[in-house]
Design a protein around this ligand. Structure first.
Ligand SMILES: Cc1cc2nc3c(=O)[nH]c(=O)nc-3n(C[C@H](O)[C@H](O)[C@H](O)COP(=O)(O)OP(=O)(O)OC[C@H]3O[C@@H](n4cnc5c(N)ncnc54)[C@H](O)[C@@H]3O)c2cc1C
Length: 417
């Protein structure tokens, strides 16, 4: 009987595994940590899922965090001046739940539905042995040798290294805007601050994700050591926020502003990389990459986890549609997901470009004047293909989007002030 092996119990591996279990296909997930170990670990990221991913969670029966309580409804943008503070609305809410809660919960769901989880670390040299037990392998874990196994798609990987150095922590003492939202605050030349309402072990917190341009004034945040002097660290965060991200700083209550827990902090950097889709082992078993092992995105626009969900789910759909394996499955899965995976990668890479592309500056300026354009840009966090093709992909698409939405703004009531 058909039997699929998956490496990694992240969002890509779990969404794939849960989909296959809905169709009674035996699945074993090999992962290096138990659910308890994931829950007890350091903050791994600060992931927001958009409505398109939440809809997939509903279909999988794992939408445990209703958007009425856990969701947020719009983006606020600040681009360096009072007149450049503006809002973009989602048609349906997004939601951020700590992955140390989210992934262990879904690991439980997967096992409750008959999925097998085997705790072990897998490296590239283990794949031949694993392939003897399964009709196909999906690798949904990108560390070290497994990434090297697939090899980089050089044509779609423009950067030789990380474009931002990151510091993200979960904080108390950050008030909401009038409407619960993510704020994307851009400090030209220094980087971005994403303020994300995120549900964690400490309850409703705010993830403050500083995306620091290398050589910029906020880069020090990626190196400062919280454990050496928590109060000095807190003061440094406040100082950089006041200096570069004033609309977020204005919502801080300094008397209660504090890191939720010492382990709720992450510093690091990611190199955006697109890797090849699949390989076929000597015995004919196909090994398909899904999630970060296939496409690593800088978190600046919060797409990696959403893309991992899409990628894992899409591989699952391809398995279900035609239970034929080998190279053909790899080709079909690659074809099916290529456009979205590549366009979200292109869009993300554009957003971290230094200096910014002139048409992105034009777009942000136009969005501050056009609620229609700001809403379209925001809603397109659910649809990276439309974002690339109709808005950000080139100077021509940007000019067309600005002209198209300006006409609508003058002929319709604005959606919001
Ligand atoms: C600071 C930050 C903020 C982010 N914000 C967002 C956001 O707002 N929205 C968004 O969509 N994305 C965001 N991302 C990206 C997101 O975290 C990743 O894209 C997503 O987690 C990838 O999912 P995955 O399933 O591919 O891999 P992972 O979630 O990394 O899961 C990998 C799995 O493999 C296991 N594993 C690791 N090594 C091995 C091994 N050798 N053998 C077996 N198992 C192994 C791990 O334990 C884990 O279960 C952010 C990332 C960062 C760093």
């Amino acid at each position: 009987m058909t039997n699929i092996g998956v490496v990694g119990a992240g969002t890509a591996g779990l969404h794939l595994g849960l989909l296959l279990r809905q169709h009674d296909i035996p699945v074993t997930i090999y992962t290096d940590r138990t659910a308890d170990q994931v829950a007890e670990g350091r903050l791994p990221n600060s992931v927001a899922h958009h409505a398109v991913t939440i809809e997939r969670e509903r279909e999988l029966g794992v939408d445990h965090w209703p958007v009425e309580e856990f969701g947020y409804f719009c983006h606020h943008h600040w681009v360096g001046g009072a007149e450049l503070f503006f809002r973009g609305n989602f048609q349906s809410p997004s939601r951020a739940v700590d992955y140390r809660i989210y992934q262990p919960t879904l690991m439980g769901d997967f096992e409750d539905r008959g999925g097998r989880i085997e705790i072990r670390s897998v490296e590239a040299e283990d794949l031949d042995a694993l392939s003897e037990k399964h009709d196909a392998l999906v690798v949904a874990s990108g560390k070290k040798s497994l990434g090297d196994f697939f090899g980089i798609n050089e044509a779609k990987t423009p950067y030789a290294g990380p474009q931002r150095r990151l510091m993200v922590g979960l904080w108390h003492g950050v008030a909401e805007e009038d409407t619960k939202s993510v704020t994307l605050s851009i400090a030209p030349g220094h980087g971005e601050l994403l303020d994300i309402p995120l549900y964690s072990f400490a309850g409703h917190t705010h993830a403050l994700l500083f995306e620091n341009v290398i050589g910029g004034d906020t880069e020090v945040l990626a190196d400062a050591r919280y454990d050496d002097d928590p109060e000095a660290f807190r003061r440094l965060v406040l100082e950089k926020m006041r200096q570069h991200h004033p609309t977020v700083a204005a919502r801080i209550d300094e008397s209660t502003f504090a890191l939720a827990r010492p382990q709720d902090l992450l510093q690091g950097a990611v190199r955006p990389v697109l890797r090849n889709d699949y390989r076929v082992l000597d015995n004919g078993t196909v090994v398909i990459a899904a999630g970060d092992v296939h496409s690593v995105l800088d978190p600046v626009i919060g797409q990696g986890g959403n893309s991992a969900s899409y990628s894992g789910y899409t591989v699952g759909q391809e398995i279900l549609e035609d239970l034929g394996f080998g190279a053909d499955l790899g080709r079909r899965a690659a074809e099916r997901r290529r456009e979205r995976v590549e366009k979200v990668s292109d869009w993300t890479n554009l957003m971290v470009q230094v200096p910014p592309a002139p048409h992105m500056i034009d777009l942000l300026g136009a969005m501050s004047q056009s609620p229609t354009l700001a809403d379209e840009f925001t809603q397109n966090f659910n649809d990276p293909i439309a974002q690339w093709d109709d808005v950000v992909g080139s100077p021509e698409t940007a000019a067309a989007a600005i002209a198209r939405t300006a006409t609508r703004d003058t002929s319709e009531e604005p959606a919001h002030a």
